[in-house]
Write a protein that binds this ligand. Structure first.
Ligand SMILES: O=C(O)CCC(=O)C(=O)O
Ligand SMILES: [Fe+2]
Length: 253
């Protein structure tokens, strides 16, 4: 990956990415992320948000209620030693996401396939894209999220080779204020540790409006910023990585 020259966020309409007039990899080599305004309509986001709350009995509570998800997220299970549950419940997880948010998983997978110009099927045995709920007025809203890379789902081999991997975040309900995704000019170099010199590194904050899609390189250091107001922050996430054959992109949550 070429070093980004500026700590900037590219902004492109979906049509530019879909048609190929903008290439996501070129953008990610020269910017810290890409924002696609209005990827999903406000009406669809409002509808999906209502359905996320309808699905509340099925939310998974993570880190003692710091955050919730509809569908199971790999990194939360990994960090809480719940890997067995993740795989045992993968089909149930997908059925729940599809029941409450029909078509959302497919549209995120289609978006990935369009961006990478290759098939982007679900990673066999893994949970498909899902939704994170970061509650208003609770711990994460005050402190922000963990500073992290999205490398948890990648194999050692993929990490060592720096094999391409993308994270897509679709904002269904932004908080009233704050809650941007901070993207640093720092990429994964073999360790999950946050570099000591982070305060000297440049960054850009990707602010979200309803329906915006943010695309980042999964090796890029990032963090949800604190937020205020009465609204929960609700975002859908899909991870994708080029598989060992080098022709197919596998996707998961
Ligand atoms: O919701 C977002 O903006 C990104 C969340 C994130 O980084 C994560 O859950 O890994
Ligand atoms: Fe992340």
């Amino acid at each position: 990956m070429a070093a980004p020259t500026h700590a900037t966020l590219a902004e492109r309409p979906w049509e530019a990415l879909r048609s190929g007039s903008s290439d996501v990899f070129e953008l990610l080599d020269t910017h810290l992320g890409v924002r696609v305004p209005g990827f999903l309509s406000r009406e669809s986001c409002a509808h999906f948000t209502r359905r996320v709350y309808d699905g509340r009995p099925f939310w998974i509570s993570d880190f003692g209620g710091v955050q919730f998800s509809l569908g199971r997220a790999w990194y939360t299970h990994l960090e809480q030693d719940r890997e067995d549950e993740y795989f045992a419940q993968a089909r149930t997880s997908d059925a729940q996401v599809e029941r409450f948010l029909p078509g959302l998983q497919a549209s995120l997978r289609d978006a990935i396939a369009t961006l990478v110009r290759a098939p982007a099927p679900q990673r066999p045995g893994w949970c498909g894209p899902g939704v994170h709920i970061f509650p208003a007025g609770q711990w994460l809203s005050h402190h922000g999220g963990d500073i992290h890379f999205d490398t948890e789902g990648l194999s050692d081999e993929q990490c060592q080779q720096g094999s391409r991997a993308l994270t897509l975040v679709l904002m269904l309900q932004p908080p009233e204020s704050g809650g941007a995704l901070r993207l640093w000019d720092v990429t994964y170099e073999g360790s999950d540790d946050v570099p000591d010199e982070l305060p000297q590194r440049s960054y850009v904050d990707a602010n979200y409006s309803v329906g915006d899609l943010v695309i980042l390189d999964s090796y890029r250091l990032h963090q949800i910023q604190p937020f205020t107001g009465p609204k929960d922050r609700i975002s859908a996430t899909a991870h994708a990585a080029l598989d060992v054959s080098g022709t197919v992109w596998e996707t998961w949550f």
